[in-house]
Design a protein around this ligand. Structure first.
Ligand SMILES: *Cc1c(COP(=O)(O)O)cnc(C)c1O
Ligand SMILES: [Zn+2]
Length: 366
């Protein structure tokens, strides 16, 4: 049976409704066996990310997901421009709530349902809150979302539409997270956090499984935007599992992208630090990745270093231009998502290098 294990002090905990961090303050990972991947078995499942449910730590007869799935996953992987046939975009904004967060949210909420949860609290800069609110509605679970009063009105409208209660908080992402965590403790409810709950990463790891199936192999590098690192860590875990099963013979390089105005991980990477130091967010158009103190910074840095990847930071003026260039090719992404393409344009790739860029959020969101 899988358990939670502290990333700092290795204390082990049972998986319960209310456990979300270690008593020492450390973040929790899942302690589980590496799944035995049976590629043939994938075909028996619906064409969604639930093809890979056998690799996720649910009970063998877990059915909670069947009632709440909205067909998330299996997003298109497309050549962006015929002149660059080795560069692909993965169109994550075709997901039910229009961002990649549905991968993690559906898996996390399926677990919440299995645990018998009746109320969840989450905090978000927008898209995670939207996704959690949608799947909470689908599960008939009450939901409070803590958001900044600066959040894009369109994302707030999306959360409200699902019947979640919005708690608008003034202050930084860290202040908002602290308010949510205090409420979680006081109300003794489930913290549906995309950052803290490792089940979220069991969902985002399907990004890797899908690329593996679509490319019939492993790309050379993945461009990944990083705020809290939920897509980056998921992709890393997914490809690690494929590697451990010998379905691929190398890891893709993780090319992590941050906005220069809020780049604590870039700085730690460049100065050879094992974790990020507190950083002052100077304000960025890329609101979705403006995380000054990412809780899993040491894991993110380790993953990038382990794959011989790198970090790239993006200036404000590069963001809007990248958004226009993508739209010129037919893809309309939210402003935060444009940093991914800006990162690709700055990345020094080798001839023939196979690169995948995620298009994380839909243009109508911001
Ligand atoms: C959440 C999100 C990101 C960054 O994800 P992190 O988990 O914070 O690293 C990037 N782009 C969009 C559109 C997002 O919604
Ligand atoms: Zn601990």
């Amino acid at each position: 049976m899988e358990q939670f294990v502290c990333n700092s002090c290795e204390t082990v905990y049972e998986i319960t409704m209310t456990r979300w961090k270690c008593d020492c303050g450390g973040v929790l990972d899942l302690r589980k066996e590496t799944p035995n991947i049976d590629v043939e078995a994938w075909r028996q499942y619906p064409n969604s990310l639930w093809r890979y449910v056998d690799t996720m730590p649910f009970a063998n007869d877990a059915m909670s997901w069947r009632e709440i799935t909205m067909g998330e996953g299996q997003t298109p992987l497309l050549v962006l421009d015929p002149l660059e046939p080795h560069t692909y975009v993965k169109v994550e904004y075709t997901m039910p709530t229009l961002s990649f967060k549905d991968r993690g949210a559906v898996v996390l909420m399926a677990k919440a349902k299995e645990l018998g949860v009746t109320k969840v609290i989450a905090d978000s800069s927008g898209n995670a809150g939207t996704a959690i609110a949608a799947y909470a509605a689908r599960c008939n679970i009450a939901c409070d979302i803590y958001l900044s009063d600066q959040t894009s009105p369109k994302k707030i409208a999306q959360v409200k539409a699902h019947g979640a209660t919005i708690k608008e908080i003034q202050g930084t992402r860290e202040t908002i997270a602290a308010a949510a965590q205090q409420a979680v403790e006081e109300e003794n409810v489930f913290y549906a956090s995309h950052v803290y709950n490792p089940y979220f990463y069991e969902g985002t790891k399907t990004y890797a499984y899908e690329i593996y199936e679509q490319l019939k192999g492993v790309p050379d590098s993945l461009i990944i935007p990083v705020g809290n690192g939920t897509l980056l860590l998921g992709a890393y875990y997914g490809f690690k599992e494929l590697l451990e099963n010998r379905l691929i013979d190398k890891m893709p390089k993780l090319i992590a992208i941050q906005a220069a105005n809020c780049a604590p991980l870039c700085l730690a990477y460049e100065t050879g630090k094992p974790k990020a130091a507190p950083f002052t967010n100077k304000g960025t158009l890329a609101e979705g990745i403006a995380i000054a103190a990412p809780a899993r910074s040491s894991q993110i840095l380790e993953a990038v270093r382990d794959t011989n990847g790198t970090f790239i930071d993006i200036e404000e003026e590069e963001i809007l231009s990248a958004r226009e260039q993508l739209a010129d090719k037919g893809f309309y992404v939210e402003i935060t998502s444009a940093v991914n393409y800006a990162g690709y344009l700055k990345y020094n790739r080798e001839p023939g290098e196979i690169v995948v860029i995620p298009l994380c959020g839909a243009g109508i969101k911001s």
